[in-house]
Ligand binder design. Structure first.
Ligand code: CP
Length: 321
């Protein structure tokens, strides 16, 4: 269930809406695990529908999983590589949007380095818009796949102590997860150097620590964030060695977390900067590969919910209401 025709962020979604997407994602994850290597569509809810992936920033996980998700729902997918498009000749975001709109896609999946870009686009196009990450603002489908990963492993989210650690200031993943995990009743802590904490972030109902060992004390989930040096122009960038010593997750620091603590990272990882390889690849503790797997299921749930909303709009137009 999606409350609006676009999926621009987790902020504003209620527990019922979030849980319904997670429940559906769970079903898709089960179905895909049962179907193994057979990648035939599991549903035809997107049959006759065109989905355009418009990515202004690099992506591996999000773009590929949206493509797989749309295909497994019977949709036709087009990927626009901005590097090879007319954007490189100076075409603006809005002109690109207007151009694509003239080709009548049904769903536009957008990643952009500016916060608010997906919302701006949603006002310019007839297609429903999914935010696949906008600047430092939100990355809603990442938060959904993270929650799905936790729920399938632990069984619940309510009551968990979840530490989100690292470059919070530049992280849209952190913001979407703060909204989602808090809405579902988790205790969310942010653990970050003071220079990488946005002012006023505690107003989002989180606690703050500037020391990793203190911040992850007794945590059930330790979610590491990438140091986003590409968003640090003009600010003081910490030395990667110093950062790793203080904020990189290794086995000795993890000892402070709960005994069965699980490790997450949205990817891509900077090994040896925010996380030690032994932690990232720990088969018992690391959920990082499961996160990638759940990306397809969570995105299928979102695309299906959008398709249902679009069908309802079409029906209402047909009834003249
Ligand atoms: N987590 C994430 O958004 O990864 P990509 O940048 O590879 O899509």
């Amino acid at each position: 269930m999606l409350p609006t025709r676009n999926l621009l962020g987790i902020e504003g979604m209620n527990p019922l809406e979030i849980r319904s997407l997670l429940d559906r994602g769970d079903q898709f994850a089960d179905a895909m695990q049962q179907s193994g290597d057979d990648l035939s569509p599991l549903s035809d809810v997107l049959r006759g529908k065109t989905i355009i992936n418009l990515f202004y920033e690099n992506s591996t996980r999000t773009r590929v999983s949206f493509e797989l998700a749309a295909k497994r729902l019977g949709g036709a997918v087009l990927n626009i590589a901005v590097a090879g498009s007319s954007v490189k000749k100076g075409e603006t975001l809005l002109d690109t949007a207007t151009t694509l709109n003239a080709m009548h896609p049904h769903i536009l999946v957008v990643r952009h380095n500016c916060s608010g870009a997906a919302r701006l686009l949603s006002h310019q196009v007839d297609a429903a818009v999914i935010n696949a990450g906008d600047g430092r603002h939100e990355h809603p489908t990442q938060a959904l796949l993270d929650a799905l990963t936790i729920r399938r492993r632990v069984g619940h989210i309510e009551g968990l102590k979840i530490a989100i650690c690292g470059d919070v200031a530049n992280s849209r993943v952190a913001r979407s997860n703060i909204h989602l995990l808090g809405t579902l009743g988790a205790e969310v802590r942010l653990v970050s150097p003071a220079t990488l904490l946005p002012t006023g972030i505690e107003q989002m109902g989180v606690s703050i620590a500037t020391n990793l060992q203190e911040g992850i004390c007794d945590a059930d989930i330790v979610m590491m964030l990438r140091l986003q040096t590409e968003r640090m122009a003009g600010t003081e960038t910490p030395s990667q060695r110093e950062y790793y010593n203080l904020f990189g997750l290794d086995r000795s620091k993890l000892m402070r977390a709960a005994p069965n603590a699980l490790i997450m990272h949205p990817g891509p990882m900077n090994r040896g900067v925010e996380i030690d390889s032994a932690m990232a690849d720990d088969a018992q503790k690391s959920l990082i590969r499961t996160q990638v797997e759940m990306g397809v299921a969570a995105r299928m749930a979102c695309l299906e919910a959008m398709a249902v909303n679009l069908a309802s709009e079409t029906e209402k137009r047909g009834n003249g209401s």
